[in-house]
Design a protein around this ligand. Structure first.
Ligand code: ZN
Length: 411
């Protein structure tokens, strides 16, 4: 790759396209007309996940329309690349700890960003997650994700730059490939399990059962079987619980959680919504929501918006449409402008993903899990109710035939 300083974004885009990357134009740092503009960060084209391409004619067209646009790369299977975004000091510290743990040196194509670094790796196949904060200060941009690439300008006045533009893109080491291709929950938990030592996480007596049960629930939801859950819990119990629970108890937790069916992740959101509304059966554990330490960093208005949005997300199985025009109303904000100004702290409680139809949605993972558990309980109650109604109807009919003078309900 040529040195970034001598390249315009359009030239860089054309070069990336030749390499097989799917590229797209990124909003210039002066900003654009979009109401939700984050200057220098977002794609200039709608439905970018479909529009990103390697076609020189299309690329020239984009950059003649927006000459000062930056260049983005759509990461994932088609570009055959994923990126680890190391954000700030915290990201560097996490990276260092991973390097020590795995005796590893990330010797691969690297770009400097406004606040940190982008490490490029060959796509390992399967589905690579796109997720913020997979570990402290580390984001992963995989399938369905994008990165702003050199020589795009950054709002700080700096430019994204290759550390060494000629460095080849390395294969991800096996542990990293595993970490980014496993299901999201598994990845988070396996990170937690790998890095759980006495100094890191301590689960105190009195919270051991609840904590392990909650983790077991996540593992089950991610599709793990009983034995796998048991292994993970045993390891966590030995490393983190002070003092550890008896092995028997841990096995009991793994056993009881395995009675729940794993999440049917294939079911579309629409189907899940159509399955019914169990809102009336939802106990709102106010304490649990208010014990969230992040609430300390919100002002009164933001806390109100947060609670409104979390409760609204219940109707969508823990999800909301990622559309500011709708969000500020759902949050009962006084105006869209106020909401936009202070929304970040609130929306950080939601994960940005796309649903099966590639529509942008926000997911609150806690609410999603609560919804799933409550929904199962509700369905069991409905089934039990139907069965009991059927039995009593049969009894009544039998009584009516046998002894027409006796009132049916006496049976
Ligand atoms: Zn913009």
């Amino acid at each position: 790759m040529s040195s970034s300083e001598t390249l315009q974004c359009v030239d860089a885009a054309l070069e990336y396209a030749r390499r097989g990357f799917r590229v797209l134009p990124i909003c210039p740092v002066r900003g654009c007309r979009s109401r939700t503009c984050k200057p220098g960060k977002h794609p200039m084209v709608g439905k970018w996940q479909e529009c990103a391409c390697s076609d020189p004619t299309q690329i020239r067209q984009w950059f003649s329309k927006w000459p000062d646009a930056g260049v983005g790369i759509a990461t994932g299977t088609e570009s055959k690349v994923f990126v680890v975004d190391v954000d700030g000091q915290q990201g560097e510290e996490t990276l260092l700890s991973l390097m020590k743990t795995h005796d590893w040196n990330p010797n691969t194509l690297t770009a400097t960003t406004g606040r940190g670094r982008h490490l490029y790796f060959c796509h390992p196949g399967g589905k690579v997650i796109t997720r913020a904060a997979i570990a402290p200060g580390l984001d992963v941009r995989g399938d369905g994700g994008l990165v702003v690439a050199p020589p795009s300008p950054h709002v700080t006045g700096a430019h994204y730059q290759w550390v060494d533009a000629d460095k080849p893109i390395a294969d991800a080491p096996a542990w990293l490939a595993k970490m980014v291709t496993e299901s999201k929950v598994k990845a988070a938990v396996s990170f937690q399990a790998q890095h759980t030592s006495a100094e890191d996480v301590v689960i105190q007596e009195g919270e051991r059962n609840a904590k392990l049960l909650s983790i077991a629930g996540k593992l089950r939801a991610a599709g793990m079987g009983k034995n796998e859950i048991e292994t993970q819990l045993m390891s966590l119990n030995n490393h983190a619980c002070k003092p550890p629970l008896a092995d028997e108890e841990v096995r009991g937790i793994a056993h009881s959680i395995s009675k729940y069916p794993p999440r049917k992740s294939k079911a579309s959101l629409a189907t899940r919504r159509a399955e019914g509304n169990c809102l009336p059966y939802f106990p709102l554990y106010v304490n649990e929501w208010l014990a969230d330490r992040d609430l300390l960093f919100m002002d009164a208005e933001q806390r109100g918006w947060y609670l409104c949005l979390v409760l609204e997300s219940w109707k969508g199985a823990g999800t909301l449409e990622n559309d500011t025009d709708k969000l500020w109303k759902l949050a009962r904000a006084s105006s869209k402008k106020t909401f936009e100004r202070k929304q970040d702290a609130v929306l950080s409680k939601f994960e940005e993903v796309t649903d099966e139809d590639r529509r942008p949605i926000l997911v609150n993972r806690v609410m999603e899990e609560l919804w799933r558990v409550q929904h199962e309980t509700w369905q069991k109650k409905v089934a039990a109710g139907n069965a009991s109604a059927k039995r009593s109807k049969q009894r009544n009919e039998a009584n009516a035939e046998g002894n027409p003078l006796e009132p049916a309900q006496a049976a």
